[in-house]
Design a protein around this ligand. Sequence first.
Ligand code: GLP
Length: 250
Amino acid sequence: MEIIRTSNYMELSLKAAQMVIKVVNDNPKAVLGLATGGTPKGTYEKLIKDHKENHTDYSNIQTVNLDEYLGIDPDDANSYRTFMKQHLFNEINIQEKNTHIPNGQVDNYENECQRYDHLIQDIGGIDIQLLGIGQNGHIGFNEPGTPFSETTHIVNLTHDTRKANARFFKDIKDVPSQAITLGIKNILESRLILLLASGENKAKAMARLLNGRDISESFPASALHLHEHVVVIADEAALSLVDKQKRSAY
Ligand code: GLP
């Protein structure tokens, strides 16, 4: 695990975008694993800026998103598909058919999970997976207790996760109680993983992740210690509870 410490969110976003751009330039047919939430927004802004200025080409890039709420139409204002369109896809030259997000409104959720797993295999696997981290250590929507062996599956969201995501909705009661998410196994199969963390509210989770190497299903992000190529980009606030010597220990 490599840790890149930045002084603020802007710098974090720039560093993350530079890593994504390198993957895209090295392989114009790369598969990007993308995340939603507040954390990657800045990265997407930097990707858009770079695309406008330097014409980085996404015409043959494929994307695979981590998760989607259940019971939400893909065109709903709060769907993760809408989020991705607004914050990235509409602003770069990616083909819509190459942007993959689980469908949260299907008759058979089990089939949808299997379809998504097969799709990832069919397009050659994920080259770079962007991740945020929940305050309870969730990655994607893999809540504490999720077996590391899980592939794409349906989850019941914890009250805390729904509360944390309520800021995107009118009211917490509008936040769906279930989601479909890539499993930890899928995430660990990515060739490179980029974990982003910004702000004081992530400090406890980052301390738990980095101060020890306690690998446990009760803290999903700890699975990342099992992967050989993880880069953590975090700002000072997110690393404020990480022991000084640990910040460069990986
Ligand atoms: C959501 C998403 C995760 C994300 C997490 C943190 O629950 N499903 O993929 O990493 O929240 O979000 P934020 O970046 O807004 O703190």
